[in-house]
Design a protein around this ligand. Structure first.
Ligand SMILES: Cc1cc2nc3c(=O)[nH]c(=O)nc-3n(C[C@H](O)[C@H](O)[C@H](O)COP(=O)(O)OP(=O)(O)OC[C@H]3O[C@@H](n4cnc5c(N)ncnc54)[C@H](O)[C@@H]3O)c2cc1C
Length: 284
């Protein structure tokens, strides 16, 4: 089913997984999926390495989830270093497993790639969205990424919003946000979108913090900020203590979003089930 159709009727709950590199990680992910299926997600998504580095694995995991659990799946697809042929090859693979939902992304350029080499066939996600819409009409529901704290490369929030308009005008159906830890960022973002005439559904990206040092490092790369009081509360504490604080915080965050009428909650699971389960047990 298309996610855009679901979003018309309900608040969705979804889980994001990434294709592990090693067998050990694969075993963890098999187990995680098995556990989280009990929560009857509206859809799950599988990430795609920028430059196509996980292409086969992304298709394999999407196939596994769809075939064995019958869940609605969304495959992420990045256009960095891609051309029409490589994108067509992916959509052929997607069609073969009857997936109807794609998250159309640019992906990140390797930090050392010179500017002149970045002008590929699809420079921005909007180019990929436009290509997919033009070639495939309404066959796919297309999600796009949104940044409540602004994309790190954007010169201003307004220029990032102009980009969002381009992605939606090109055929994007709904938005999933980058993770954020302070609901005020989300609420402000929703206001800015509305003021700019954007009313596509915005699914909130949630990541329960279970290891503060890891999350602080990770968020520096994606431009999200961790509230200082949480850093102070969790830093140096035991694994169990951090887990409990992180879950507690995410529960409050989800409740606040639900009260405000959020379109959906998308959990960045990091391929683990414990924290997502603990949050859902106390939220839904
Ligand atoms: C929900 C979600 C899922 C993700 N999944 C993956 C994944 O599976 N694999 C992966 O590699 N990465 C993933 N990412 C990360 C994403 O690829 C990066 O954040 C990337 O840097 C931007 O991708 P985008 O699609 O938002 O790019 P774009 O929408 O193209 O925007 C990138 C930057 O370019 C700017 N821009 C766009 N158009 C123009 C223009 N015409 N002129 C000037 N500036 C412009 C934008 O403002 C922004 O700063 C995900 C992110 C999110 C939020």
């Amino acid at each position: 089913m298309k996610i855009s159709e679901m979003l018309k009727n309900k608040r969705t709950v979804s889980f994001e997984f990434f294709p592990p590199k090693k067998e050990e990680g694969e075993n963890v992910l098999y187990e995680t999926i098995k556990e989280l299926v009990d929560y009857k997600p509206d859809f799950v998504s599988v990430t795609y390495g920028a430059g196509g580095s996980t292409r086969e694995k992304t298709v394999e995991w999407t196939t596994h989830i769809k075939k064995n659990y019958g869940l609605t799946t969304m495959m992420h697809l990045t256009c960095v270093a891609a051309d029409a042929n490589s994108i067509d090859a992916i959509t052929d693979a997607v069609d073969a497993i009857n997936v109807k939902n794609l998250l159309a992304l640019r992906g990140d350029y390797p930090a050392d790639m010179p500017e002149e080499q970045r002008k590929g066939e699809f420079r921005y996600a909007a180019d990929l969205v436009g290509y997919l819409r033009k070639k495939h009409g309404d066959k796919y529901c297309l999600g796009v990424a949104g940044y409540p704290e602004k994309h790190p490369e954007a010169s201003s929030m307004q220029s990032d919003i102009e980009n969002m308009k381009r992605k939606l005008d090109a055929g994007g159906d709904f938005i999933i946000t980058q993770l954020f830890f302070d609901n005020d960022h989300y609420f402000r973002y929703m206001d800015i979108l509305a003021k700019n005439g954007i009313n596509a559904p915005v699914v909130a990206g949630i990541m329960p913090i279970i290891n503060i040092a890891q999350v602080v490092k990770f968020t520096q790369m994606c431009g999200a900020t961790v509230p200082q009081f949480l850093v102070e509360k969790m830093d140096g504490k035991s694994e169990k203590n951090q887990f409990m604080t992180g879950v507690e915080y995410a529960v409050e965050q989800c409740r606040g979003l639900i009260d405000a009428g959020v379109a959906g909650l998308h959990f960045y699971t990091l391929n683990k089930h414990g924290a997502t389960e603990a949050v859902l047990d106390r939220t839904l």
